[in-house]
Design a protein around this ligand. Structure first.
Ligand code: GLU
Length: 319
C-alpha cells in the first residue's frame, strides 16, 4: 500500500499553485497564481504551493528560488510548507506498484516505431496519407501495441491505461466539459525508462494527497483533466470538487504567453503596478494603489470569476 495516506477531508477549501520551474514566472503564470490565490482566499480557503520539478532535465532550482521570491514580493503568501515533487518520487512509485499497478504496462515503442505503425495502418486501410495522422489518431492516440506484451515494468517506460469513455466534469469558468481521455491523450506514459515521473501522475497524486478541493489553472491543461480524474479515481484518492480553467494570456499579436514562446519574465521592481496590471487582465474591478498586501486584501474582497466565464484568451493591450 502507498506509504502516504490521503489528507483527511476537511471542510476548508484548498487551492494550490503548482508551477514547473522550467523558467521564471511570466504574466501568464502570474495571473494563474493571482487568480487561484484571490479566488481561494475569497472563500476562506488555504493556498498551497507545490513545485513541480520531477523533470530534472528542464527544471532548475534557480528558477524555483526566483519563483518563491517573486511570489513573496507580490504578497502571494502560501499556506504551510512548499512541496517539492522531486522529493516525493518514492510516493509516486509506491502508487505505481500498488493501487495503480493493474492499470500500468511496460512499453517499448519509440516515436519512430509509432510513426511506422501509423504509416502501415494507413496503407492497410487505404487512408489518404495526408489525412492518416488525424484520422487514425482521432481513434486512439497510442495504439496500445505493448498492452499485452508483458514487458518488464521496471526496465521500460510505463504507460497507464486510460478509460475509453467520456468523463464529465463541471468547470467553473469553461462550463460543463466532456472528454474521452483515450481519444484525447491515449494511454499516457507515467514513468519514463530512466525513472522520471511525468507530470500527469505526480500532479494527480499530489492533488489527492494534499486534499486539494479547488483547482484553478490555465486552459492549456484542460485536455489533461479527464485523465487526471481517472488516475485519481484509480488511485482511490478523493476527487476534486471544483475545476476552473483560466483563459490564456495572449500578447497583442495573439500569441499565447508561454515559456516556449519565450514570454518575458515578470519584473517585480514595482509590485503594485504589476498586481494592478494582472488584476486588470483578469477583468477584476480596480483596486487602490497600495502595498501588495493591502491591494490583495481588496482584490480578494471583490474577487469575481464571472467576467472570465467561457473566455479562452485574454489579450494584453498593446503598449
Ligand atoms: N506545473 C504546471 C505548469 O507549470 C501546472 C500544473 C497544474 O496546475 O496542474 O504549467
Amino acid at each position: 500500500m502507498p506509504t502516504s495516506i490521503p489528507a483527511a477531508s476537511s471542510s476548508q477549501p484548498i487551492g494550490r499553485f503548482a508551477p514547473s520551474p522550467t523558467g521564471e514566472l511570466h504574466l501568464g503564470s502570474l495571473t494563474t497564481a493571482l487568480a487561484s490565490f484571490c479566488h481561494i482566499k475569497s472563500i476562506s480557503g488555504k493556498w498551497l504551493l507545490r513545485i513541480e520539478d520531477t523533470d530534472t532535465e528542464r527544471c532548475d532550482s534557480q528558477f524555483t528560488e526566483q519563483i518563491l521570491i517573486d511570489l513573496e514580493v507580490l504578497g502571494l503568501h502560501w499556506d504551510g510548507d512548499v512541496i517539492y515533487q522531486s522529493e516525493r518520487i518514492d510516493i509516486y512509485n509506491d502508487y505505481l506498484s500498488s493501487n495503480l499497478y493493474p492499470l500500468t504496462y511496460g512499453c517499448q515503442c519509440s516515436r519512430k516505431s509509432l510513426e511506422r505503425y501509423w504509416e502501415l495502418k494507413a496503407i492497410g486501410e487505404s487512408i489518404d496519407p495526408q489525412q492518416a495522422n488525424q484520422k487514425l489518431l482521432n481513434r486512439q492516440r497510442y495504439p496500445r501495441c505493448c498492452l499485452d506484451a508483458g514487458f518488464n515494468k521496471e526496465q521500460n517506460k510505463l504507460r497507464i491505461q486510460l478509460p475509453n469513455y467520456r468523463i464529465g466534469f463541471k468547470d467553473g469558468i469553461q462550463g460543463v466539459q466532456w472528454d474521452n481521455p483515450q481519444k484525447t491523450l491515449g494511454d499516457m506514459v507515467v514513468r519514463r525508462q530512466d525513472g522520471m515521473i511525468n507530470y500527469i501522475l505526480a500532479a494527480s497524486l499530489d492533488d489527492g494527497l494534499q486534499g486539494v478541493t479547488h483547482i484553478m489553472r490555465g486552459l492549456d491543461i484542460l485536455p489533461m483533466t479527464a485523465a487526471q480524474i481517472s488516475i485519481m479515481h484509480a488511485a482511490r484518492l478523493p476527487a476534486i470538487d471544483h475545476w476552473y480553467h483560466l483563459p490564456l494570456i495572449c500578447s497583442p499579436d495573439g500569441q499565447k504567453l508561454s515559456k516556449q514562446n519565450l514570454a518575458q519574465p515578470i519584473d517585480t521592481r514595482n509590485p503594485s503596478k504589476l498586481l494592478n496590471h494582472a488584476l486588470q487582465l483578469l477583468q477584476q474591478p480596480a483596486v487602490d494603489r497600495d502595498t501588495p498586501t493591502n491591494m490583495l486584501k481588496q482584490a480578494i474582497a471583490q474577487w469575481d470569476n464571472s467576467p472570465l466565464q467561457n473566455m479562452q484568451s485574454l489579450n494584453m493591450p498593446s503598449i
